[in-house]
Design a protein around this ligand. Structure first.
Ligand code: ZN
Length: 179
């Protein structure tokens, strides 16, 4: 297996290449890689740098869902655990959005401890991107919709890391203050 630093560094590079040119939803149309960097860094901070595979999976968590990356490739390049963490965070894109959202709520409590942390970090990052000063009515509605759903998903994920749970609660509070 790659050394911890190489594991994280290779994951960041692969994510940057695969998501090249993609833009994230929300504030300022930031490059998609900003979202991945944020999720990876939340996970590194939450676990105090003790879990390189988790941080690598944070960089890669949207790679199967949004790019042509495969589980086999991740297992071979990184590790079986990195691959399975990413698979756990991959939605079935053949389902309509409402069903995918419902499935995330139902599946959340059955995820592995690492996947639960990735899902919380993902929601923290996505709520943050939707918080903007002086939102339009549409942006406000999108924020209310997203954070209400995220709370239901995270309800099934919390309890594994107090710091990350608190980050999520802070994000929801900041969202509510705008609504
Ligand atoms: Zn994501």
């Amino acid at each position: 297996m790659l050394s911890p630093i190489r594991l994280v560094s290779e994951a960041a590079e692969l994510a940057a290449r695969r998501h090249n040119g993609m833009v994230r939803k929300g504030r300022g149309k930031e490059p998609y890689i900003n979202h991945l960097a944020e999720v990876a860094n939340l996970l590194a901070t939450a676990t105090d740098g003790t879990d390189a595979e988790l941080v690598a999976a944070g960089w890669l968590h949207d790679s199967i869902e949004d790019t042509d990356t495969t589980r086999e490739e991740l297992a071979q390049t990184f590790s079986e655990r990195v691959a399975s963490l990413v698979v756990e965070c991959t939605d079935d894109m053949s389902l309509p959005k409402a069903e995918r959202r419902q499935k995330q709520i139902e599946d959340a409590p059955h995820k592995s401890p690492g996947a639960k942390l990735i899902k919380i970090a993902d929601k923290v990052s996505n709520i943050g991107a939707r918080i903007q000063s002086d939102p339009t009515a549409e942006e406000r509605e999108e924020l209310a919709d997203y954070s209400g759903w995220a709370e239901q998903v995270v309800a099934g994920c919390r309890g594994g890391n107090a710091w990350l749970d608190e980050k999520f609660d802070d994000a929801v509070k900041a969202a509510r203050a705008l609504l």
